[in-house]
Write a protein that binds this ligand. Sequence first.
Ligand code: FAD
Ligand code: NAD
Length: 367
Amino acid sequence: QVTDPLAKEGPSSPSYDWFQTDALVTIVIYTKQKDINLDSVIADHRHDSFRAETVIKDYSYLIHIALSHEIQEDFSVRVVENVGKIEIVLKKKENTSWKCLGHPLENHNSLIPKKDTGLYYRKCQLISKEDVTHDTKLFCLLLPPSTHLQVPTGQHVYFKLTITGTEIVKPYTPVSDSLFSEFKEPVLPNNKYIYFLIKIYPAGLFTPELDHLQIGDYVSVSNPEGNFKISQFQELEDLFLLAAGTGFTPMVKVLSYALTNIPSLRKVKLMFFNKTEDDIIWRSQLEKLAFKDKRFDLEFVLSAPTSEWNGKRGYISPALLSEFLKRSLDTSKVLICICGPMPFTEQGMKLLHDLNFSKDEIHSFTA
Ligand code: FAD
Ligand code: NAD
């Protein structure tokens, strides 16, 4: 008889402890995992409650407490990676001794499947909005000081706005502020800023509302989600990116991560499908990157080009893919990432299977 299903199926449950000095309260989470980093923990302090969600494989370990005393708005998070220990340092409002940390709230000190945790939102402020193409803009949002959240490469978040009395939720994928930001000092000093490339559809439900937000207005942003795993990059030699329209967004961080962090990488090739030249997001940055980094190749394919266009034309097709997806060595370890409109991704997946790429060699970005 199985008494605790998690004991059989999931990782072993973390535990926590806390200690204090005159000015600080430190919550320590012992995850019993080695692959923990600052992306693994999402923490929010709201009124008198504190919530920290530690993501361990497909599970979330929750700390959720009504604190016994007031704390300052901001806090810090540290991770001791080799022992899987997370330390959250809260600043007391008053230098008094706390007899207890507080009272447990829903799901406190429990390990639950991530799919059952629900989306947790915090309000982020719109800091800037810049035109990138005729219909796509770069939005910069600022996380509140009372939140620690870093979106892992390949994951997305949900935005929530109330539109004519109804809460509407849509997914968006964080990008860096430019293709070169991984290689330079950040313009803004910390990682509290999140950037998004968002296409505004005049007849759409959500994006016109988003576009109407003024600088200083707020939008609710969820915890990250998505099933892309950085481990898919291990020992990778050839990375192929197939992006259509805003399906380019997950490729931004994937591309930067691969070029910066994968020593085995030989080649990254992006095939970027758009309707017209005016629709190509960050065209000149992409061309500059291809010029600077010889490992990176770039091909634009247009489905509705003008007569002057000399490049490739049409939708995703067997001919385009079989020419593009050449391994740099016969035995190269490859990963193919694909993202775009549903029919594009479905057609692309089918063609990749027909070309005998295995499931492990393909990642499609979907909700
Ligand atoms: P919608 O109301 O959904 O309409 C979109 C367009 O389709 C409009 O032109 C509308 O007129 C038309 N339309 C709507 N319904 C129909 C219909 N039945 N028949 C014909 N036409 C119709 N988008 C980004 O810009 N950036 C991102 O980083 C990003 N990341 C995403 C990540 C994930 C995981 C997913 C699944 C999607 C992502 N998207 C992203 C898309 C985004 O979530 C929204 O779908 C998009 O912003 C459109 O929302 P909307 O409500 O404005 O438009
Ligand atoms: P778009 O209408 O500008 O089309 C871009 C290209 O997609 C076209 O040039 C064409 O090559 C291809 N395409 C379009 N329709 C096709 C079809 N029926 N068959 C084959 N190919 C087709 O694209 P957009 O308006 O920028 O839309 C981008 C899409 O990507 C949205 O549907 C969005 O939801 C999706 N998206 C998904 C994620 C994700 O799942 N993680 C992230 C970002 C965007």
